[in-house]
Design a protein around this ligand. Sequence first.
Ligand code: IMP
Ligand code: MG
Length: 426
Amino acid sequence: MSALVIEGSQWGDEGKGKITDYFSQEADVVVRSQGGNNAGHTITINNEKFALRSIPSGIFNPKIKNILANGMVINPKQLLEELHGLEARGIKDYKLYISNRAHIVLPYHEMLDSAYEAYKGSHKIGTTKRGVGPCYSDKINRIGIRVGNFIDEDDFRKCLVEALKIKNEELKMLGLEQMNVDDIFNEYKEYAKEIKKYVCDTSLLIEEELEKGSKVLFEGAQGAMLCLDHGTYPYVTSSSPTGSAVPINCGVSPKSINSILGICKAYTTRVGEGPFPTEIEGDLAHYIRERGHEYGTVTKRPRRIGWLDCVALNYARRVSGIDYLAITLLDVLTGLDEINICYAYKVDGKIINYMPATLKELKKVKPVYMKLAGWSDDISNAKSFEELPSNTKTYIKAIEELTKAKVAIISVGADRCQTIKVKEIF
Ligand code: IMP
Ligand code: MG
């Protein structure tokens, strides 16, 4: 039995898509556990770039069962566009399963996402405006519409009537136009017809696969520091991207998970607003942003850049149960004379090595850095840990010491083949 969780251990965009795709070559099942089309997973196959949004990264392999789990919020219109887009590029032979317990994102969720952001003004979260937060709010408020209801026409209409009674009041309150049941119903019932063939009880399916001895990969979206519970609240997403949440998000026993792999960039990025203790600006940030192509997949926003934050990473390891790390985009740091790595925070003159819970404290945090020498040799073709320059090895070892997690994978370029396996974990 082999079940590996792939989780973002920073603020998202760590390269989960590439690492999931790498392990997919040996997987039987790939499960997307949470989030929706706020995610953007970029995968490069034979120099061709694919940006996945809601679809699991195993979609390119016709043998893999790709599952959208109950913890996801699914925009059916966008999902179908994404599928049709893949089909147009020749990806026609795939296996897809959608949980009947996942929630549906409807147009009023997107409208409310933008409206709440505008209402918050300078305190906006910087969301992707894909309606993800408002959809999860409806789930919690118990007025959400699940996939199982959505694919039954009568049920969908009834649920929509009930939801709109409340949502229209909310839209009115925010000065927005109210929505008409028929307009949404007539458009969306057509999407439901197309999606129906993929819908099933995915928890049952995963259990069957695990019992058969299949290799299952759980692919998280976003990252631990964007977690609704453990992230830099309120500057977070509305789901739980931590590996520890996979059992709830996917309907599996915690005991069925073998290892949790935290994906971590060799530096840090963040899109959207909110605290970012190791953020850097100027020429250095520009150098890293350009070399790492650090622009949002979904919103195209330039990503904020910072040094590696091992306080945050160690925290992510603790709250998520990370066993191993995959260090990605290591090649981006090539050419720097010196590399900083944050091992503690200073708050009001006091050194701490944990993540403060409040924004007030987080705003005061000053990173404390260890300075390591950089390297100039091209590492993008390295095939083993031993081959890396000694300064690069020192950097990797420092990360292991500061985070108490073993580095199992090192990624030195976008392509599948630019991946160094340090330890067998799947
Ligand atoms: P939301 O998920 O659209 O509600 O956005 C909430 C916060 O999470 C914002 O700061 C977004 O930029 C961030 N976020 C959401 N999805 C991703 C992602 O896939 N990568 C990186 N940041 C994300
Ligand atoms: Mg992304």
